[in-house]
Structures are given as structure tokens and as C-alpha cells.
Design a protein around this ligand. Structure first.
Ligand code: ZN
Length: 368
């Protein structure tokens, strides 16, 4: 279904191309999150204009509402939301473990209640694959158990072994049309990460993700785990760091050989008025922008920056105008995609290692 080529390496950093039937994804790539089959506030045409090549949608949400069968009847997720490019779906596991009340986990799967209406549901590895097949995403993820943080080493070990058995069952249930990525768990324990990676590699997935990070551990530990776990993954397959998208962390992970990232940061921040600029992050609601005539970011070519003043964007935000969310989201996503294209260029030119500090000079990392 797909082929991943690495066209240049700079240290451990990789510049690649992931070929899918729906188009090419240039890596390192940023995947915006479209939770409810919508990247909030933008049309697919606008999403594309930000430089986005692939989006993520959440299986848990679409399964509960409107229901995967309805989406399948309407021609699958691409047609339903009118996004023609590649789509990655998660398995639903993460949301079940983070959103749904009253979960019960067994070898067979997980029983949970809907956070919407309290109805009872059962998600197994097979069911997660069936739902993702109905949605028709290009990249599907295995169902994994996501243990809370902190968690005892013994519990993490048991959890990752269950995740491996579930991964095998997902693989057995995979359709020919979809790529399937395994998810390495193991918490903050290097030896458990290694065990998880080795067992998943034996199952031969189309790509490998690092899961269970950015759940409350310190940045230092997060970077250590990414640094020790990424090199364990097969060189020739895409590597995906799930749910991490702070620019500082992205650069750190790219330098360890990560290819794919998804995160709600640019879109969620946009709706809260926190905007990324080439001079650092600003909050547009601040008094100092009340009469600011200049553009949000003179170096950005998006519609928000070329057409409007900071004063107008502040006014829209303060007045809670819908246009505020639209322009802010357009800008933040454009900024993020530009940032990733700068990373790709640097790796391609072989200067990533020498410019990486400069890339995040205005984004030193928000320590926890
Ligand atoms: Zn802009």
C-alpha cells in the first residue's frame, strides 16, 4: 500500500517521503488533529493551504458520533469530510482511557461508558480495526492500553504485554487497503520500551509509534525515552511520536530520527488566542496590541498576516467573533507547517544539527 523512502540523513535526523494512495507525505511531518472529522474552524481547502499533507481523526469520537457505519455508508471519512489527502486514525484507545468513565479492561478488550450519554460499549482489537476500516483511513493504529502516570513498573510491564497481544490481534484483522502502525509502550522504563519495541518489530508493522509520552513525565525523562527508544525502531519504517508537538520537543525528537508528529497545540492555542510568531509566542488579547497596526507576523504569508492588523485580530478575539478562531487557526497551522518545512530543508541540506538551536531560539521549551 505504501512505501517510505529516506532521501537524506543528517546525524540521526531523517528527511523522508511517505507514499500513500492519497498522496505523498514529506517527513518530518506535522499532522493536525481533526477530532470530530473536522480540523476545528477550517475547511479542507484551507487546511491544505496551510501546507498540511495529512490529518488525524479520532476513532473514539467518530464511533460514538455519528457512528462509523453511517460514515461508511456515506462513502468513508475522506468523502464524508471532503478531505482528499491521507488520513491517520488512532485506535480509540487513548480516548477510552482518558475520556470515558468506568472502564473495565480484560484480555478480550475494554468496556467503557460513552462520555456523551453514558451508554455502554466494548472495544476490542478486532473492533478497533473494523471501525478504522469503515472509516477508510490510510494509516490505522493498533489498540493499546494507555496506563496512567505515574504507574508502577510491574503494572507498566503487564500493560505493555497486553498491548503486544492486542497488536497481534489487530494485525490479524488488518485489511489490505490500510497501513497499520504498532505502538511502543513501556512508560519511563528503558528496558520495558526495549521489550515492547522488539516484540512489535517481530510482528512487522508498516510503521512504529512511541505512545504513552507527554502524560505528565518531566521533559527531561520524555527526551531520554525518545532518545533511547527511537533508535530501536527499524530504520526503513516511519517513526511516529504520538501527541507531542511543542516545537522544542519536535526538534529534539527529529534529531533522534522521528518522522511524524501530531498535536492539538497549534489549533487549540489558536482558539485561546495564543499565536506562534517568528519572534516567539504572543497572546493576542493583551492590551499592548490594542492599537497595533502591524501584521501578526511579518514573516508569515497566511491570510491572517497579510490581510489584517494585530489590533483587528485582538478585537476579533476580545469580541469572541467566529472569524477570530478561523484566522488564528489558519495562522498557527501555517506557522507550524512552515516550521516543519524549515526542518525538512535543514535536514536535506545537511545543516539540521548546526541550525537546530537557532530553530527554537524563541521557543526554548515550556518546562513542566
Ligand atoms: Zn500568518
Amino acid at each position: 500500500v505504501s512505501c517510505f523512502e529516506i532521501i537524506k540523513k543528517d546525524g540521526k535526523a531523517r528527511r523522508g517521503r511517505l507514499h500513500t494512495p492519497k498522496g505523498i507525505i514529506n517527513t518530518p511531518a506535522f499532522i493536525p488533529v481533526g477530532t470530530q472529522a473536522s480540523v476545528k474552524a477550517l475547511t479542507p481547502e484551507e487546511i491544505k493551504r496551510t501546507g498540511t499533507e495529512i490529518i488525524l481523526s479520532n476513532t473514539y469520537h467518530l464511533y460514538l458520533r455519528p457512528g462509523h457505519e453511517i460514515i461508511e455508508k456515506l462513502g468513508g471519512l475522506h468523502r464524508f469530510m471532503s478531505w482528499k489527502g491521507p488520513i491517520l486514525t488512532d485506535s480509540g484507545g487513548f480516548q477510552v482511557f482518558s475520556l470515558a468513565p468506568l472502564r473495565t479492561i480484560s484480555e478480550e478488550g475494554v468496556t467503557f461508558r460513552s462520555h456523551l450519554d453514558g451508554s455502554s460499549h466494548f472495544l476490542s482489537p478486532e473492533k478497533a480495526m473494523e471501525i478504522q476500516a469503515s472509516l477508510g483511513s490510510d494509516i490505522a493504529m493498533v489498540l493499546d492500553e494507555c496506563p496512567p502516570y505515574p504507574c508502577s513498573k510491574n503494572s507498566i510491564a503487564q500493560s505493555l504485554r497486553l498491548t503486544t497481544r492486542w497488536a497481534q490481534r489487530c494485525k490479524n484483522h488488518k485489511t489490505q487497503q490500510q497501513m497499520l502502525y504498532g505502538i511502543v509502550q513501556g512508560g519511563i522504563y528503558h528496558d520495558l520500551r526495549k521489550e515492547s519495541a522488539q516484540e512489535l518489530i517481530e510482528l512487522n508493522f508498516d510503521g512504529y509509534a512511541l505512545g504513552g509520552l507527554s502524560v505528565g513525565e518531566s521533559k527531561e525523562i520524555q527526551h531520554e525515552i525518545v532518545a533511547s527508544a527511537t533508535p530501536l525502531l527499524p530504520e526503513e519504517k516511519p517513526r511516529y511520536l504520538m501527541g507531542i508537538g511543542e516545537l522544542h520537543d519536535v526538534v529534539e525528537a527529529v534529531s533522534q530520527g522521528v518522522d511524524l508528529f501530531d498535536c492539538v497545540i497549534p489549533t487549540r492555542n489558536a482558539r485561546n488566542g495564543a499565536l506562534f510568531t517568528s519572534q516567539g509566542k504572543i497572546n493576542i488579547k493583551r492590551e499592548e496590541f490594542k492599537e497595533a497596526p502591524g501584521p501578526l507576523d511579518p514573516e508569515c504569508e497566511c491570510e491572517a498576516c497579510t490581510g489584517y492588523s494585530r489590533a483587528y485580530l485582538r478585537h476579533l478575539f476580545i469580541s469572541r467573533e467566529i472569524l477570530s478562531m478561523r484566522l488564528n487557526t489558519l495562522h498557527n497551522l501555517t506557522f507550524y507547517q512552515k516550521f516543519f518545512s524549515t526542518i525538512r530543508e535543514a535536514v536535506e541540506k545537511g545543516i539540521f544539527q548546526s541550525v537546530r538551536k537557532k530553530l527554537t531560539q524563541h521557543y526554548p521549551g515550556e518546562s513542566q
